[in-house]
Design a protein around this ligand. Sequence first.
Ligand SMILES: C[S@@+](CC[C@H](N)C(=O)[O-])C[C@H]1O[C@@H](n2cnc3c(N)ncnc32)[C@H](O)[C@@H]1O
Length: 244
Amino acid sequence: MNQYDTIGVKYYKCKQQPWRKYVEEYTLNKMLGDINYKTILDLACGDGFYSRKFSIRNPKKIVGVDISKEMIVLANEWSTKFTNIEYINKDACDVDLPEKFDIVTGIYLLCYAQTETQLNNFVKTIKKHLKNDGIFIGINDNIMQSISNYKKMKKYGFEKSIDIQENGQPIKYDFYDDDGSFICCFDDYYLSKKIYENAFLKNNLTIEWIFPELDPEENNRQEYWNDFLTDPPIIGLIAKHITI
Ligand SMILES: C[S@@+](CC[C@H](N)C(=O)[O-])C[C@H]1O[C@@H](n2cnc3c(N)ncnc32)[C@H](O)[C@@H]1O
């Protein structure tokens, strides 16, 4: 059983925390730009949180893929009004669709690779499904964040922890409600920046790390957001085909 099969609705609660809207979503949208008439492959779509948000911005179609049965059940249940989304329950490593997409997203996909081989297989899937002028947009656990800053995330509603920053080590996320009560936890995995960069280069893709940005709506609360943005827990990724 996948760890997300037991979280279900609780994960949706974690997506309501302010940093999701003011940093995660803002940064993601800035990377995405206009998605009008575009085709999108949303790898690790979870309960379809972003597939639905994309859907109302008039893309041609969205295909969401997730390894968790429970997440795909929720995604289908919550997307009945969205006619341009199709969900597939599959490991992203095994996706082999007969079409290529304008945009492939991996919003917390790559950080679920526990080994270099698995990461390479995720990137192979991305490469295989990108049109020649297509773009991969990712949001990932920031593997460059200093462990000493992990605990500082508590005021934003979560804590990260890791025993030792070695390849394949689990990074635990514990999420808390506004009143401090525990919501849920899950693990993703640490792999070095070099392993990430090699996986993209090996597949003939560029890789660009994008520092998260704060929605200007929150400019009057810079001090509150300071710890989050100085050494952010998440990071953006952009990749394209290497053309000579
Ligand atoms: C942190 S959630 C993100 C969900 C969604 N992208 C979002 O932002 O709300 C990570 C998701 O990755 C999925 N996942 C983990 N490993 C995967 C794999 N090998 N193939 C496809 N999905 C995977 C999990 O089931 C989970 O739904």
